[in-house]
Design a protein around this ligand. Sequence first.
Ligand code: SAM
Ligand code: DTB
Ligand code: SF4
Length: 345
Amino acid sequence: MELRHDWTVAEAEALIARPFHDLLADAQAVHRQTFDPQVVEAAILLSIKTGACPEDCAYCPQAARYDTSVEPERLMATADIVAAARNALASGATRFCMGAAWREPTDRQVGLVAEAVDAVRALGMETCVTLGMLTPDQSHRLADAGLDFYNHNLDTSPEFYGKVITTRVYEDRLDTLANVRDAGVKLCCGGIVGMGESRTDRAGLLVQLANLRPHPESVPINLLVQVPGTPLYGTPELDPLELVRTIAAARLMMPASVVRLSAGRSQMSDELQALCLHAGASSVFLGDRLLTTPNPGDDHDQDLLARLDTELAVTDLVADEDHPALTGATLVTVSTSAAQIRSTS
Ligand code: SAM
Ligand code: DTB
Ligand code: SF4
């Protein structure tokens, strides 16, 4: 399989514009070279520090300057974060993602999050955090705590970025991605579609992602969740098949990365989600809440995964019965509460 890092926007746009069935057939074929189409990875999100963010991201209900229904909350205590992670493990998630509404954390805040990362990892879960911009030292601090992934999205093309966010520039995002990568932490980096961007902008985002070397290991594709009070509320809906095309193009341009169908599933039909999984997405967020907005919930997802004959993945960490924090009872809890679980190791 060829891993390219020299994509042009014209090439990516031509890929997205290919005849729909050709695009999906190729994306599914490439997907099967690396992934088992019957297996879906599950992560669960927790907002560990909510709202009151100084940034002006036009999509975000957590920006202090927009009048949304989000109530600000301080950074959660480590014990409460670990309790939520235990519940996430019990519902079949293998990755626990902790999000904080910061522009950039202080060193003290990074220290507290590092403590939580260490404790969640001890449960046998993969960890991911998203905290805003990081310095090289802060990236190393999190790497030392055993952090598996750092989520930092490029969100859209460089050309459209200034229409959505003015309190930072694209280069700030790229700098943090480089700091995190240099510290040896895997990258979770993707974007949002449905913000009123053009197809060229969606191609531009994919080019930025695919030309990172190496590719981000996780690529979340979010469909804008329109939240009253945010500037993007009321944006004309994107044709859902554009989301499918974007996912298929991401799959083809980053053939070994895990593409996650992220925010926006509550607004999607089951059939649209099935198409997104067919196009090469193989990971979702479980639970009834993302950070501050709704998500389909476990009953709905168990039913959908079963209807698609798919199973939830278990990471090596969780599958490792020698792991000190895991007992047979933990694994039984996981396998009875999630539809069907098997090891990908
Ligand atoms: N403050 C940090 C940052 O911006 O990197 C971390 C938290 S922020 C909420 C994480 C990501 O959530 C954003 O980069 C954006 O891609 C996504 N996001 C936020 N609000 C969204 C919305 N309304 N719809 C879809 N995705 C959204
Ligand atoms: C990502 O790309 N999507 C997740 C995760 N990374 C942090 C966040 C989605 C947030 C949706 C809006 C909310 O719930 O506040
Ligand atoms: Fe703040 Fe992140 Fe929301 Fe932007 S996306 S306003 S940085 S929490």
